[in-house]
Write a protein that binds this ligand. Structure first.
Ligand SMILES: Nc1ncnc2c1ncn2[C@@H]1O[C@H](COP(=O)(O)OP(=O)(O)OP(=O)(O)O)[C@@H](O)[C@H]1O
Length: 578
């Protein structure tokens, strides 16, 4: 699986590398159908001919053909299933890799949101049906239909023509009618399923709030209504499929009778009539799955189009010849940086200016704290430094190199830490930490945990480091979760460590102790720390006060406190809340 740019070919691009296997599966399917056809044709000939009491020698070849076709049908069907599923699973694995790459490139929100992501998983799985239930049956039906017409035609010429007409009805008209009939039902099912998924997610994820605000029953009723509507849509889809299947069986019977009748009228002997009629029965049976394939195709094609659209997500723009970053702690310079976010509302699109021509210099190895009111732009400073958000104007320099001329992955690796929306993965505590640095040793793990005050939490967990946390695992309190995320950020130990509210959800005493540790620890790289708690900032090399996306004050904690201004106002406000 690649992690880089877009690979061409959409959904078929994932199947292409396994083309030989797909062809092998198709050939095995065709061989199985031909064996089925040969079996019935030979058996029909054998029974009808045996009734004429010829010598055993005259029947010998047909007996061998019946046995050979019977064995061959089972063997080739087995090979088709084996090769077909093998190619489908390989193609799915390849496609999932490409989809994950594309998701990593996709902008935040949108496709990464819950319902869209759930749908995407189903869309990717639908590609399996494209191969197994659409492509392979079509190949087998085409060859078997043509062979049936040839056998029938050889037995009685006119019977071949009648069979061809029956095949057109069963293999073209019926699937087309079925696709139209079931298409509308499939669209309704997809829409209702999406509504139900959204409602179910709301009830599941917002369950606690719904109970607190007394809205649980209302939301649960709405979800139940959606479930009933989905059930009705699924019933009408199933009814359409049942009608098509019934019509297929009728066409099969009518074709076999018509072939026998045409053969009799043409003056064929009873052996030829039996062979033609039974061959027609099998040939039509081979094309009947096309009706189901057409219906499934109507559901699968939109899914494939959605996956293909995601695969076309362009890579994040990067320079053609990236400049490399110097080793060790890096300085961070933001010169005239302006960042705005698009927002919709009031019937149109607008923008929020988060950073407004910000100038900031943080020398390598310095520990700088960013403070300010809610929405002042603190998190955006970190996002710009780590390359998560691109400024619309201004320049970002890391270690003296323009960040935009460096490889975006290298920038993300050099400037990282703890974001506000950091995630605890379903896995052990150890695995969650090692995500930041898979090669970290036990000592480094413990040191990071100690600094984040996580060690005491781990020691109290039932299985210690091996306790499973995250979705479906041991529930962590808000404070424990925050310590785990902070320990992971500290273990990463990048050249520029960015920490956004690392002591959030902790009690004030622990929050201040952790902040003090972070600011006084020996060694380490440059530290950019966003915090609302000012008590420990006397240990920061510098404090930067932001307001409205601009720097309104900066300097050591003591200097800022010594004179009236925004910092002292924040300090006084903090004292009042203690
Ligand atoms: N993804 C976004 N889309 C739209 N507006 C955004 C987005 N992220 C931030 N903003 C806006 O940009 C401004 C600065 O946000 P930012 O998160 O940088 O502030 P902050 O100082 O970190 O706030 P807080 O202390 O609440 O975390 C705010 O007005 C915010 O509403």
């Amino acid at each position: 699986m690649s992690t880089g740019g877009v690979r061409a070919g959409g959904v078929w691009g994932a199947v292409g590398p396994h083309g030989v296997r797909l062809v092998a599966a198709g050939l095995a399917g065709v061989a199985a159908e031909l064996c089925g056809l040969g079996l019935v044709a030979a058996a029909a000939w054998l029974i009808a001919r045996a009734a004429q009491q010829p010598t055993m020698a005259a029947l010998g070849l047909a007996i061998v053909a019946v046995r050979g076709c019977a064995v061959g049908k089972g063997a080739f069907r087995y090979l088709e299933r084996l090769a077909g599923h093998d190619v489908a699973l390989r193609a799915l694995a390849e496609l999932r890799g490409r989809v994950f790459d594309a998701l990593a490139r996709a902008p935040r929100g949108g496709l990464r949101e819950g319902d869209a992501l759930t749908r995407l998983v189903a869309d990717v799985d639908a590609v399996q049906d494209l191969l197994l239930r659409c492509v392979l049956p079509v190949a087998a039906a085409l060859v078997c239909g043509a062979a049936g017409v040839a056998v029938c035609g050889a037995a009685v010429a006119v019977a071949g023509g009648v069979l061809a007409a029956g095949l057109v009805v069963a293999g073209v008209l019926l699937p087309a009618a079925g696709a139209v009939l079931s298409g509308r039902a499939a669209v309704r099912v997809a829409a209702e399923r999406q509504v139900l998924a959204v409602r179910a997610l709301e009830v599941l994820e917002g369950g606690h709030d719904l109970v607190v605000f007394g809205a649980r029953d209302r939301f649960a009723d709405a979800a139940a209504v959606s479930a009933r509507r989905l059930e009705r849509a699924e019933r009408s889809a199933a009814a359409a499929s049942a009608w098509v299947a019934g019509a297929g069986a009728a066409v099969q019977g009518v074709t076999a009778v018509a072939v026998a009748w045409a053969a009799l009228r043409a003056g064929a002997d009873e052996v030829a009539v039996a062979v033609a009629a039974l061959t027609a029965l099998v040939a039509v049976e081979a094309v009947l799955p096309l009706a189901a394939a057409a219906q499934r195709l109507r559901e699968v094609l939109p899914a494939c189009r959605r996956v293909a659209a995601l695969l076309r997500t362009p890579p994040r723009p990067g320079p053609p010849r990236p400049v490399s970053l110097p080793p060790g702690p890096l300085s961070v310079r933001l010169l005239g940086v302006r960042v705005s976010y698009p927002v919709s509302g009031g019937g149109g699109l607008g923008e929020v200016v988060a950073l407004d021509g910000l100038d900031l210099v943080v020398e390598a190895g310095r520990r700088v704290a960013f403070v300010g009111a809610v929405g002042a732009g603190k998190s955006t400073v970190l996002a710009v430094a780590s390359g998560e958000v691109a400024p619309v104007a201004g320049v970002v320099l890391l270690g003296g190199r323009e960040a935009s001329s460096c490889d975006p992955d290298a920038v993300r690796a050099a400037v990282r830490g703890l974001a506000q929306d950091a995630h605890v993965f379903a896995g052990t505590v150890r695995a969650n930490l090692l995500l930041a640095r898979p090669d970290a040793g036990e000592q480094e793990l413990r040191a990071a945990a100690r600094r984040a005050r996580l060690l005491e939490v781990v020691e109290r967990l039932p299985q210690g480091w091996d306790t499973v946390v995250g979705a479906g695992g041991h529930g962590l309190s808000g404070g424990q979760r925050q310590r785990l995320l902070l320990a992971r950020a500290l273990l990463a130990d990048p050249p520029v460590l960015v920490l956004d509210e690392p002591a959030e959800a902790l009690d004030p005493a622990t929050a201040d102790a952790i902040t003090r540790d972070l600011l006084t620890a020996a060694g380490g790289g440059t530290l950019l720390l966003v915090t609302h708690r000012l008590a420990a900032l006397e240990h920061a090399d510098e404090v930067v006060v932001l307001d409205g996306g601009r720097v309104v004050q900066r300097g050591p904690h003591a200097d800022l406190l010594a004179r009236p201004g925004p910092y002292r106002d924040l300090w006084d406000a903090e004292l009042l809340t203690v």
